[in-house]
Design a protein around this ligand. Structure first.
Ligand code: COA
Length: 182
């Protein structure tokens, strides 16, 4: 990234999906940060975006007009009482790591989830992953505990840390979460 490359965080659009898949599929193939072993197809990701983007923010970071990172939220669990608890996910392309894009994406994602009325954001971080742990700590997530040897990938067992950030004081009863506002 050169100093003249404009950086922007914006909502993901369907035209971004091939670039998003390229980034996420890289980490599926090369790391254990994502427990999938099969790559996403563009259609699968486009369906996911279409199904969820009104309820959860799906954001991309662009550098010089190229999609270099993605962050989005999803339900932590499907049962109704979990409606105020989201899960966050973030990936930055290998060429753009450590330059602040993950932080830009998370600042916007967490701000929007708070505005929508979510109470908590959860993250699951495969161990070891010092970069992701540093990012989550920076944004106020705390490690609640770990699932020991939660998954086996690339010839090794990996634990998964369960991280939580509380966004808002408790309301009783809570108002329904608001849809994504563009
Ligand atoms: C984790 C990830 C999203 C972080 O994004 P990023 O743009 O590289 O992070 P930033 O440049 O915004 O840095 C955020 C913080 O993490 C720290 N950090 C980043 N990479 C690090 C590393 N490899 N080791 C230790 N700390 C690291 C930075 O110093 C910074 O901390 P600071 O604010 O206290 O200085 C990115 O590295 C990535 O995509 N990794 C591979 C996929 C992945 O693991 N995704 C998360 C799945 S849970």
């Amino acid at each position: 990234m050169s100093t003249s490359d404009a950086v922007a965080v914006r909502f993901a659009q369907v035209g971004d999906v091939p670039a998003i898949c390229g980034i996420v599929n890289h980490y599926i193939a090369e790391s254990s940060s994502n427990f999938r072993t099969e790559p996403y197809s563009v259609e699968e990701w486009a369906d996911q975006l279409a199904a969820a983007a009104d309820r959860f923010p799906y954001l991309v970071a662009e550098v010089g007009g190229t999609v270099a990172g993605v962050a989005y939220a999803s339900p932590w669990r499907p049962k109704q009482a979990y409606a105020w608890t989201a899960e966050s996910t973030v990936y930055v392309s290998p060429a753009h790591q450590g330059l602040g894009l993950g932080s830009l994406l998370y600042a916007e994602l967490l701000k929007r989830l708070e505005q929508q009325g979510f109470r908590s954001v959860m993250a699951q971080i495969t161990q070891p992953n010092p970069g992701s742990e540093a990012l989550h700590e920076r944004f106020g997530f705390t490690l609640l505990g770990s699932i020991r040897d939660a998954g086996y990938k690339h010839g090794a067992w990996h634990g998964v840390g369960i991280w939580q950030k509380e966004l808002a004081p408790l309301a009783d009863p809570p108002a329904p979460t608001a849809p994504v506002e563009r």
